[in-house]
Design a protein around this ligand. Structure first.
Ligand code: BTN
Length: 323
């Protein structure tokens, strides 16, 4: 957020009573007309600001409404979301970030939408993204990694979502390999990673995150109700979408930096804390067949290790674990 606005909100928030336009203009080193213009912008963003003649301004309420400003306000990241774009409705945030990548937008650019009308899931599925009920966002990442390591970022994102849920609630999130986040055995969040690469170099990655936050039971499409849920359904509480996004971006930045610095080991350890059905028997489908397996954990490169009934162990890079 523009620093004058940040500073203005800070001054309004700290002031117990009213603060005059003159005081604001002196402290911010801008004209009184500029103060007035900023106030109008803040009101548009949903800040409740009272203006009383000869007394000045007083803030009464902060917006619930998500906007670029309210999302960036209080976001204490070093690079993640420093360029952040918010839309009311889009086809898919993935497409917007692809376009932004082509325009040369920087690493850490974030796009958030209230609603997606063409939300995309993995394996060419669609992703239901109703208005104001969830977090539909994509980021632009430009890691200096070989393309084969890109899937590790998807596992990293899943661990960050699980950690964030863990820190904000009593829920016990789990991760179904590779990256479905579950609560009480139902999927509440999914990740779609799309990469643009050339031979040995990643040009960029668009990492899309969908989190079902405040849907009620009837907001979940009836055909997937047996396996999909939301944070609200599982916790019985309304979640503040803005704070949840900010919390996620902060945790993501620190896990990403650690991953780039020290490698996948720390992600692996986190992933294993949340791994779903590790040590248990499941049915797995790979390209060739469907078989009974015991899940053993993940490999140092993020692949899934599973044991067949015959005792033979397999390292899998692509597989679907059945519900
Ligand atoms: C999955 O199938 O589990 C992945 C779902 C990913 C959904 C998110 S929502 C934000 C971003 N934009 C999209 O169109 N898809 C991803």
């Amino acid at each position: 957020m523009e620093s004058t606005r940040k500073h203005l909100i800070e001054l309004l928030t700290k002031q117990e009573g009213h603060i005059s336009g003159q005081q604001l203009s002196e402290q911010l080193n801008i004209s009184r007309t500029a103060v007035w213009k900023h106030m109008n912008e803040l009101k548009k963003d949903g800040y409740e600001i009272e203006a009383v003649q000869r007394k000045g301004y007083k803030i009464h309420g902060f917006p619930d409404k998500i906007s670029e400003n309210t999302l960036q306000w209080g976001l204490e990241t070093r690079w993640m979301g420093h360029q952040l774009y918010h839309y009311d409705q889009v086809e898919s945030t993935q497409e917007i970030v692809h376009q932004m990548a082509k325009q040369g937008k920087p690493h850490g650019t974030v796009v958030v939408a209230d609603e997606q009308v063409g939300g995309k899931g993995r394996m060419a599925r669609s992703w239901d993204s109703p208005k104001g009920k969830g977090i539909w966002m994509s980021f632009l990442l430009k890691p200096d990694l070989p393309p084969v390591e890109a899937p590790q970022l998807t596992l990293l994102a899943a661990t960050v979502i699980a950690k964030m849920i863990d820190e904000r609630s009593d829920l016990e999130p789990q991760i179904k390999w590779p990256n479905d986040v579950l609560i009480h055995h139902k999927k509440v969040s999914g990740i779609l990673t799309e990469m643009q690469a050339e031979q040995d170099t990643i040009q960029y990655i668009v990492l899309g995150i969908g989190m079902n936050v405040n849907q009620e039971e009837e907001d979940i499409p009836s055909d997937i109700r047996y396996k999909a849920s939301s944070f609200k359904i599982e916790s019985g509480l309304d979640w503040n979408i803005q704070k949840t996004i900010q919390h996620f971006l902060t945790l993501f930045e620190s896990s990403y930096d650690q991953f780039i610095r020290d490698g996948f080991q720390s992600v692996k350890e986190d992933w294993e804390k949340y791994g779903y059905k590790i040590g248990e028997n499941v049915t797995i489908s790979t390209m060739k067949e469907t078989w009974e397996a015991t899940l053993l954990g993940i490999e140092p490169d993020g692949a899934l290790r599973a044991r067949r009934k015959t005792g033979e162990e397999e390292k899998l890079y692509s597989a679907e674990i059945h519900w």
